[in-house]
Design a protein around this ligand. Structure first.
Ligand code: ADP
Ligand code: ZN
Ligand code: ZN
Length: 736
């Protein structure tokens, strides 16, 4: 048999390309010379589709029969959209997460680029001032002001609107021949050089802050820091000052924040200190805005980039420092598709670029505490609040044997009344929206259960509807019990709506506001509520997590957590860590200004070791004890995990996939790798899907990775794989 050719004909060469398909491989195509560089996009035929692909390499040879290799259709880019550094990072990520490489690389591209659009700015409309007869302006004050603004520097309609110039004025100027609107590419701002720093409001650092700043400023090469600072200790000020020399050296800074932390106040704080181009990158931007911001990072016209998880994968012209605020936040881990952890990849990126990186938190993740203890990170500590801000007092309120009214014990009501009378604000925290988490029939015991999940509907009194918080399914609340016809349908359990309603009766002379996802859906309404709180329009705030993170309410002197007992007995080994982080986060809302604060946790388990530890000793002590427990149990961070998840409309199909997978894998596993399962999810059925999982755990990453590779190879041979949806999650943050 004739051996098929493996080298390409003259005038053509091979391109190795990744495609956005869920296959764990790269693809070869033929391309006329000169070849597009790695990081450029091409359009290629794939089956009967045309796909955008990303060039990775120019191989000399291929494993595929040359006769079967197809030519690329078009070359899209002449300049690579991803540079060498990003390609290296993504290649590593694809290997580490054992994820289809195409999906990994395409994750790093804005949607418009994935679709094959031009990697360039879109021309924008810009108003220019024109020379002409200005005598007619003497009586038109507004037009004169607008003209004076425009004459030295052209501006976009948006910039003009922000300065109070409406389009009618501009059109009037245009009529007089004094202004014109032109389409042009946005100017590439050159912020480098002699940069100014706004010294207004720059405080004198505390000793701890000063030490942290000086160590950060001295760090030139790759050096990871963990900045552990209690809430209100001034971590942001440390970031701001650590950024100064980096920006002065003309290098960019990436600030990563959790999904929920990217508020206008956060951006304003950075913008105020540095009058430089600040750009944001987050999921709520439209496709065009995202591409423009992405381009600004890549071409270096953005000095400071503030973004959520995906910002980490963005190319930078010259990145000099990475800051990850609230590094423990679970939103840094992507929960579907390419399940990367932005914090972990950020460390790798900093290492590859040889730059410093700071992870900041009041409640560092156990992984980071472990890395600090083992010397991998340098630990910087802020243990005090600057100035007169005092530490809050912590109380555990025993709610056994007392009459609770909408979840509030008489003792808590008393504490609230005291603070309210002093003119202070009170914050109640309850992580459950709606009126009641269960609706049941008083006569026959019927429960309003979601048809698609193993879960109860939450009853929302507003709109009188039932809402499943797991699959988002909604329906009207039935007027009668569908089982016995009784009209005695009652809610049990507590939701924010119910507390809000009860407060109106309990404290009629004070205004209460509820903040949860239900009443902040409208764009801008969250900010509006926050504004109202700051202005003192409301005295009682009741809310979910949304209220807990990062917001500054100087008049809040009492914070109470109403019902967290469930988390004490959750199945997930990370539940205690999460609860502690949430508790500290919520507690941090009290006494941020000069007023002393109180933090109250109402519980049926006031003697629980975790709660005692947290309330009396603080997070650090708690974490120390809990980490020791993890060590003894051999759990992360003392071991590594990988989770195979599987879902299907029939539970049987999941078992038909996972059981043989586990069986065939078992003989190949070294003793160092533990395989648990398959077992069903705690909530087995969600949104009509049955869910099963299999967990691998090992003390060595290498052993774990080779076990996973083995399992993937087996999975590909199992016929049941085509009847289920399955995925592999490396370093999973939660079990199903
Ligand atoms: P964290 O991010 O640690 O919660 P922030 O950086 O938001 O804390 O700081 C809390 C408050 O203290 C802010 O209002 C900040 O302006 C102020 N602050 C920070 N550092 C100092 C300082 N050295 N002296 C006085 N006030 C400070
Ligand atoms: Zn009934
Ligand atoms: Zn449901």
């Amino acid at each position: 048999m004739k051996k098929p050719a493996t080298t390409p004909p003259a005038q053509q060469a091979l391109l190795r390309v990744v495609l956005p398909v869920p296959l764990r491989r790269e693809f070869d195509y033929l391309c006329p010379l000169p070849l597009p560089a790695p990081g450029c996009r091409v359009r290629v035929p794939f089956g009967n589709r045309a796909l955008v692909g990303l060039v990775l390499a120019h191989p000399d040879q291929t494993d595929v029969d040359l006769a079967r290799i197809k030519p690329v259709t078009t070359i899209i880019d002449t300049i690579p959209v991803l540079g060498e550094a990003e390609l290296k990072l993504l290649a590593w990520a694809a290997r580490y997460y054992l994820h289809p490489p195409g999906e990994v690389y395409f994750q790093a591209l804005p949607t418009l680029l994935r679709k094959g659009e031009d990697a360039g700015y879109k021309p924008v409309e810009v108003w220019h001032g024109l020379d002409g007869d200005t005598s007619t302006l003497s009586r038109a004050v507004k037009q004169k002001q607008a003209f004076e603004l425009l004459a030295p520097s052209p501006m976009t309609p948006g910039e003009l609107a922000a300065r109070g110039v409406p389009s009618a004025i501009l059109n009037a100027l245009a009529k007089k021949g004094l202004a014109e609107k032109k389409e042009q590419l946005p100017a590439r701002s050159d912020w480098r050089g002699d940069i100014r720093i706004n010294e207004d409001g720059k405080p004198r650092l505390t000793t701890e802050q000063a030490l942290a700043v000086s160590l950060l400023q001295q760090a030139g090469d790759f050096s990871p820091f963990l900045l552990e600072g209690i809430t209100g200790s001034g971590k942001t000020e440390v970031y701001l000052q650590a950024m100064e020399p980096v920006l002065k050296a003309g290098k960019q800074v990436l600030v990563m924040v959790p999904e929920i932390g990217l508020t206008p106040q956060t951006i304003a704080r950075f913008q105020r200190r540095f009058p430089l181009p600040v750009c944001t990158l987050h999921s709520a931007m439209n496709e065009r805005e995202r591409l423009d911001a992405w381009l600004a990072c890549r071409d270096g016209s953005a000095a400071i980039v503030i973004g959520t998880r995906s910002a980490l994968l963005t190319p930078f012209e010259k990145l000099g420092l990475i800051i990850i605020d609230e590094e423990h936040d679970s939103s840094f881990k992507q929960q579907d598709g390419f399940r990367y952890h932005a914090r972990d990849l950020a460390l790798l990126r900093a290492q590859q670029l040889n730059i410093p990186i700071v992870l900041g938190s009041a409640t560092p993740s156990f992984e980071s505490l472990y890395n600090a203890a083992s010397g991998k990170y340098r630990l910087l500590t802020l243990s005090q609040r600057p100035g007169s801000a005092t530490m809050a007092e912590h109380l555990l309120l025993d709610s056994r044997h007392v009459q609770l009214e909408a979840g509030l014990s008489p003792q808590l009501q008393q504490l609230m009344a005291e603070e309210l009378e002093k003119g202070n604000q009170v914050m109640l925290f309850l992580n459950r929206r709606g009126y009641a988490p269960v609706l049941l029939c008083h006569d026959c015991g019927w429960l309003a259960d979601c048809e698609r999940c193993d879960a109860h509907y939450t009853w929302h009194k507003s709109g009188n509807r039932l809402h499943c918080h797991h699959c988002d399914h909604q329906r009207a609340r039935p007027p009668q019990c569908p089982q016995c016809g009784s009209s005695q349908l009652v809610g049990t359990g507590l939701g924010t709506e119910q507390v809000e309603q009860a407060l109106a009766a309990m404290f009629p002379q004070y205004n209460a506001i509820r903040i949860d996802r239900d009443n902040t859906r409208r764009k801008g309404s969250f900010e509006q509520h926050l504004e109202g709180i700051r202005a003192g329009k409301y005295q009682i705030l009741i809310g979910t997590q949304m209220l807990a993170k990062g917001h500054h309410f100087p008049d809040v002197t009492l914070v109470a957590m109403l019902d967290v007992d469930g988390a004490l007995f959750a199945g997930d080994f990370r539940a205690a860590e999460r609860l502690a982080q949430l508790y500290i986060q919520v507690a941090g809302r009290a006494g941020r200004a000069s007023k002393p604060g109180r933090v109250v946790l109402q519980t049926h388990h006031p003697d629980h070791a975790l709660l005692q530890d947290l309330a009396n000793q603080g997070y650090r002590h708690f974490a120390h004890t809990a980490l020791e427990e993890r060590r003894q149990a051999g759990l992360p961070p003392y071991s590594y995990q990988a989770l195979f998840r599987c879902q299907a409309t029939q539970g049987e199909a999941c078992r038909e996939f996972l059981v043989p997978l586990a069986q065939q894998l078992a003989p190949a596993l070294p003793a160092s790798v533990l395989c648990l399962g398959p077992f069903s999810a705690r909530m087995e059925r969600k949104a009509g899907q049955f869910r099963y999982q299999m967990l691998l755990q090992a003390c060595s990453r290498r052993d774990l990775a080779s076990a996973c590779r083995r399992a993937l190879a087996i999975a590909d041979t199992l016929p049941a794989a085509r009847r289920v949806r399955w995925s592999l999650d490396i370093d999973p943050q939660e079990l199903w």
